[in-house]
Write a protein that binds this ligand. Sequence first.
Ligand SMILES: Cc1cn([C@H]2C[C@H](O)[C@@H](COP(=O)(O)OP(=O)(O)OP(=O)(O)O)O2)c(=O)[nH]c1=O
Length: 197
Amino acid sequence: MPPVPGLMQFILASESARRVDLLNSVGYRFQTVKSGFPEVDHEGDPERTVRENARGKAEAVSNMYPSDIVLGADTVVYLPEERETFGQAKEPDDVRRMLKRLQGRAHEVHSGVAVIRGNRILVRHARTEVRMRPLPERDIEAYVTFGEGVGKAGGYAIQGVAAVFVEGIIGDYTNVVGLPLSLAARMLEHVGVGWYE
Ligand SMILES: Cc1cn([C@H]2C[C@H](O)[C@@H](COP(=O)(O)OP(=O)(O)OP(=O)(O)O)O2)c(=O)[nH]c1=O
């Protein structure tokens, strides 16, 4: 359903099923609008990357619906030793390549969140460390065939089958899935949107 003109609403500037599910799971009422924002990658600076992308997505939708409240988000996976950022896996080959790099070590997941209401723009960032167990070739191939990793940052979904690859995390789990809920809720509260309404 498109946003209704004349009535102030909360809009998620995303069609990501993960972000929709997370916000729904705690009771937010919102519409979704695809931003069409072309994502940037500042090599070696995941925080800057996700902040800028979250803001760009939110601004693009806010320009279409200036009287509504808009939230945008962006998630990347980062290997600090190599200063290497992994965006979404576009095809099975990306999933294979990314998992080979991530297995047997720890990496970081960074999400940016931007909230816009009129002239107010809030932009914040969350980081979670994820430790993946060593993965034999056959596990990686089985996961590639399973198909879940395409469309996910870093080529895996912690909320899916890839849970069996993750030994532990430090930080907010929902950040890894695509939207740090605790952070987003505090930001939304600042602009008058509550999860309980
Ligand atoms: C690491 C990880 C990422 N992801 C997902 C969340 C995000 O949807 C995706 C990262 O891509 P993004 O570019 O952040 O978002 P998107 O293109 O899916 O959606 P939009 O730009 O419309 O908001 O990876 C998981 O679902 N599970 C995981 O464990």
